[in-house]
Design a protein around this ligand. Structure first.
Ligand code: GLY
Length: 381
């Protein structure tokens, strides 16, 4: 990765500045690369925050609870995921371990089975075909499951990807396309004049640009001059990885908010907590104990595997848990924020929508519910 960790080589002016080098910021920068000098400014290291921690499940049917804007956006992004990954792999040579064998949403009691049935009905109306399975059918698909089951919903269109490799591919693509990525440089302020963005104040320097895109995740609320200001509510996710035998599980297996994601090579990801812990990251005994207890109930064989890694990340949630994607109160300033549990899934479509907006095209994927202008604006300007 040819990123720079100082501001020494920076120009004074760019055509586009993207704040944040996570999956969202990198996908946008890559998409806008042909439009002139594009800079990505990252407070820490490329992709080392929420994107690094993510499990990489691409699963609108199990994440959405109704056929709303969130579901529509996720479903559309999922439809384009294979070509997004193929193009990135052809361009960079990075295999992101994209797997398309589907997800099993488990029910271990009658109430959950009822809610799964309702889910199946509305998703079928939305064109997502899922299959209701008996406990015996589930066990034939995943013999290592030992959870007492009432049934499960099989979501064949759900896929997954390894987010850390996605970050490698996106940053390599950005570099190949001439995007400059500067790490270790936080943006303190959005600089504006007369209702238009003029650039950013970063690392004690003013970098000017007529277009600025904020994709800074949970840390966006620390940037002065954003209009509207958006209060981010970080939601900590703790995870762990087990050294499982290859193919212990074939599918992603989800039981409420607990899940197994099988990686190529056998590693089994166990997720996840969803906690309000402010900006305090880090794993806790309680969090990891909860994951291990769920893993033990789900599969005795998984539970016998060695723990090889534990980690945590802060999901970037807004107050209403919906993303803020689109134009703001300042001309030239766009947000791509608040993707909460689904940044990896939403990255390609968010990049398309932002590119359309920056280039002045109508985007048919824009969702009114995601407008940044739903948050209070600064009336004093
Ligand atoms: N998308 C899964 C999670 O956030 O845990």
């Amino acid at each position: 990765m040819t990123t720079s960790s100082t501001t020494g080589g920076l120009l004074n002016s760019y055509d586009i500045i993207v704040i944040g080098a996570g999956a969202i910021g990198l996908a946008i920068a890559r998409r806008l690369a042909g439009l002139g000098a594009v800079l990505v400014v990252e407070k820490g290291a490329t992709g080392r925050k929420a994107s690094w921690a993510a499990a990489g499940m691409l699963t609108p049917p199990s994440e959405a609870s109704s056929p709303d804007a969130f579901f529509r956006f996720g479903a559309r992004s999922l439809c384009g995921y294979r070509s997004f990954v193929d193009e990135l792999r052809d361009e960079t040579g990075v295999d992101m371990e994209y797997r398309d064998n589907g997800l099993l949403l488990l029910a271990s009691d009658a109430d959950t089975l009822d809610s799964i049935r309702l889910r199946q009905e509305w998703q079928a109306r939305e064109g997502f075909d899922t299959v209701l399975l008996s406990p015996e059918e589930v066990r034939r698909m995943e013999p290592a499951l030992t959870l007492e089951l009432s049934g499960a919903l099989f979501c064949p269109s759900d896929h997954h990807v390894r987010p850390r490799l996605l970050i490698d591919a996106l940053s390599a693509s950005c570099v190949l396309r001439g995007v400059e990525i500067v790490e270790g440089t936080g943006v303190d302020e959005i600089v504006q004049n007369g209702g238009r963005v003029q650039g950013v104040l970063a690392g004690g320097r003013t970098l000017s640009a007529p277009v600025v895109i904020v994709a800074a995740g949970a840390w966006a609320s620390g940037i002065r001059g954003m209009d509207p200001a958006i209060e981010m509510c970080p939601r900590k996710g703790q995870m762990l990885a087990l050294a499982a035998p290859e193919n212990l599980f074939d599918h992603v297996v989800r039981w409420g908010h607990r899940y197994f994601v099988p990686r190529t090579g056998g590693e089994l990801i166990v997720g996840s907590t969803d906690e309000d812990s402010g900006f305090e990251a880090g794993v806790t005994a309680e969090g990891i104990d909860g994951l291990l207890a769920a893993a033990e109930r789900m599969s005795a064989r998984a539970s016998a595997c060695r723990v090889i890694e534990t980690w945590s990340g802060l999901r970037p949630a807004t107050r209403d848990r919906l993303p803020a994607i689109g134009p703001t109160a300042l001309g030239g300033l766009f947000y791509a924020l608040g993707h909460y549990r689904n940044g990896i899934l939403f990255a390609p479509l968010t990049a398309e929508v932002v590119a359309d907006l920056v280039e002045g095209r109508e985007s048919n994927a824009t969702e009114e519910a995601f407008s940044p202008l739903r948050f209070p604006q600064n009336r004093e300007r």
